[in-house]
Design a protein around this ligand. Structure first.
Ligand SMILES: N[C@@H](CCC(=O)N[C@@H](CS)C(=O)NCC(=O)O)C(=O)O
Length: 199
């Protein structure tokens, strides 16, 4: 199995952390692949040309990141990152969805900044920024309902915060959010986060 990823992709990092936390890495070869260079091997497996893309041993591809995380959840014998049923399951999935949406906004802002000046939309950028700030203000509420074992919600939120540090330091997301900052400091020390740190 191969995971096509780029080191700076927050979506790919989430899958790489999930793979490590579930003890799957010896069986998954991670292949560095820059989607913005339109690599043929990526586009052959994923018509969207995006990372992460997981290529199975029989050649079939699994994407995008929420689907890959779900697929990895079914492999190996490590404890699940998503509870099987009930309220707990949906709390975890909503935390992961919150992180995914905030990551979409953060990535969109970076992509927008790379467009020629006259083509950029400051209105769109402000909307994306506002969605991230609202998400940050409520992220701890979503994490607080997930005490105990590590979940996909923790991993998704942690990778989103890591991406804000990488690309949006100017947002100073820790300011006024010390509980979230303390949580991230502890989470970010996990070996899976250290091994996938893009810095
Ligand atoms: N919804 C997708 C988003 C993946 C995505 O947009 N990845 C970016 C890298 S961070 C990419 O491959 N961009 C290349 C492109 O859109 O052409 C997921 O969750 O996996």
């Amino acid at each position: 199995m191969q995971l096509l990823y780029s080191p700076t992709s927050p979506y790919a990092r989430k899958c790489r952390v999930v793979a490590r936390e579930r003890g799957l890495i010896p069986g998954i070869e991670e292949v560095d692949c820059n989607p913005h260079e339109d690599p043929a091997e990526l586009q052959a497996k994923n018509p969207l040309g995006r990372v992460p893309t997981l290529v199975l041993d029989d050649g079939r591809a699994v994407f995008d990141s929420p689907v890959i995380c779900d697929f990895l959840e079914g492999l190996g014998s490590a404890p699940p990152l998503v509870p099987g049923v009930g309220q707990g399951k949906f709390q975890v999935l909503v935390a992961a969805a919150l992180a995914q949406g905030m990551t979409d906004s953060a990535v969109n802002m970076v992509m927008e900044s790379r467009r020629p000046e006259g083509e950029r939309s400051s209105t769109a950028v402000e909307r994306w920024r506002a969605s991230i700030l609202r998400g940050l203000d409520s992220m701890m509420d979503y994490l607080a309902v997930q005490p105990g074992p590590l979940t996909l919600g923790h991993i998704a939120c942690g990778c989103t915060l890591g991406y804000l540090d990488l690309r949006h330091g100017d947002m100073a997301w820790r300011d006024g959010r010390s509980t979230l900052a303390d949580w991230f400091e502890a989470f970010n020390a996990r070996p899976a986060m250290r091994e996938t740190d893009p810095n």
